[in-house]
Ligand binder design. Structure first.
Ligand code: HEM
Length: 380
């Protein structure tokens, strides 16, 4: 094992995937400058994610419903959340996401350089989530600014900035919760109103619980969807014939394509656990109370399972870890998959070509973020 690797993920300017591909050749586990144990191999990441006894999710001092919880407490809250993210619950929003994607495509310029992450991905993510949650359209600029500032704070690893931004985001959530708490619940109410009046636990959720749940549905995931759009747009723009094939593909094929692109270039980099006892993993003795990182981006490229990472959705599907594995696997997977599929399909049907801008390189994100910071493309 290598002690104190400069950064568990990517030193500035270096492709995180190349870096972890290189590290994985000689290490199953690395320890980063923050004293965290980073698991790089698929088998170890899956083993830790499935071992809910020895690897606890209570790795943060903040209330995180349900990701910071274990055992019965996690199950208790997860049931509430899953109801809002089931196929039946999400189906009615498909036309809405379609409308959002179509509208965005009419606004985007043709023949000019634009950034697929901030001008397509982020705007689509914010508008689609606002529609789903029933948040006012006027919040769009504030949410977009917040996403930019949050990514900058994550990159700079400034705890003060991240904490100030978390407070700002809680204020945004409070501003939508307060009026909805006061209203009487009606049949066609939006998701936020329904959550505010949810009594499936035999009581109303407290304001603190509501904020924590909504923060997990928005703060991190808006950024993830935007980064996913960047990775997918980059992949399509690289291969001109691909757009043609995808235009006539079935929904399921497009979804499988997206999952595989994201496996090879997973922008949702890692999640943390804390050990409940001393454990042996990846050939290392890890003490009790240690922070362990499940490095999805690295595990998703492990040559032991994926060989030379050739694009093969069918073959790689069952080992794909983009949405995690085990009890904490992403409850928002269907929502994210549908949103991404609708955005990709609409993008392809609204333009003839999507190409990488000449003389402008796509810029990789800086750890601990993955994917791209900027993907300059031209639509025609
Ligand atoms: C492309 C976008 C997304 C990706 C790549 C992604 C990925 C993940 C992954 C890997 C996990 C597992 C975390 C762990 O094991 O610690 C997770 C958990 C979670 N995700 Fe997502 N996610 C996405 C979108 C969403 C959306 C749209 C929502 C909700 C609206 C959401 C809500 C959650 C929640 C609440 C958890 C914690 C689940 C638990 O602890 O039981 N995610 N996500």
């Amino acid at each position: 094992m290598t002690d104190h690797i400069l950064d568990d993920i990517s030193p500035e300017g270096r492709d995180l995937r190349e870096y972890t591909d290189e590290l994985r050749k000689s290490h199953a586990v690395v320890k980063n400058t923050f004293n965290e144990w980073v698991l790089l191999k698929h088998a170890d990441v899956v083993a830790a994610a499935m071992d809910h006894e020895r690897f606890s999710n209570a790795a943060s001092r903040y209330l995180q419903i349900p990701n910071g919880m274990d055992g019965d407490e996690h199950t208790y809250y997860r049931k509430v959340i899953d109801r809002y993210l089931s196929k039946e619950a999400l189906q009615p929003y498909i036309p809405t996401f379609q409308k959002v994607a179509t509208q965005l495509m009419t606004e985007l310029p043709r023949g000019e350089v634009l950034d697929a992450v901030s001008e397509i991905g982020a705007v689509f993510a914010v508008r689609a989530q606002c529609e789903w949650l029933g948040w006012p359209k006027e919040l769009e600029p504030r949410l977009l600014q917040w996403m930019t500032d949050n990514h900058a704070a994550i990159r700079s690893r400034s705890h003060k900035e991240m904490s100030d931004l978390a407070t700002q985001f809680d204020e945004i959530i409070r501003s939508v919760i307060h009026p909805r708490r006061a209203n009487k619940v009606q049949e066609n109410d939006d998701v936020t109103t329904r959550l505010c009046h949810d009594i499936s636990l035999g009581r109303l959720l407290t304001e603190t619980e509501l904020i924590s749940i909504m923060r997990n549905w928005t703060a991190g995931d808006l950024g993830s969807i935007a980064l996913c759009v960047g990775v997918i747009a980059h992949h399509i723009a690289h291969q001109p014939t691909l757009a043609e094939q995808l235009r006539t593909a079935e929904d399921k094929e497009i979804e499988a394509f997206i999952d595989e692109v994201l496996r090879i270039d997973d922008p949702f980099v890692s999640n943390r656990r804390i050990t409940n006892c001393s454990v042996q993993i990846g050939g290392q003795d890890v003490p009790k109370g240690a922070i362990v990182k499940l490095h999805w981006t690295s595990a998703n490229r492990d040559e032991l399972l994926f060989g030379d990472n050739k694009f093969d959705p069918k073959k790689n599907r069952k080992n794909n870890l983009v949405y995690g594995v085990g009890k904490h696997a992403c409850p928002g997977r269907l929502l994210a998959t549908w949103e991404l599929r609708i955005m990709v399909r609409t993008l392809l049907s609204s333009v003839q070509t999507i190409t990488l801008a000449q003389n402008q390189e796509a810029e990789r994100e800086i750890a601990p973020l993955g994917g791209f910071h900027r993907v300059p493309v031209v639509l025609s």
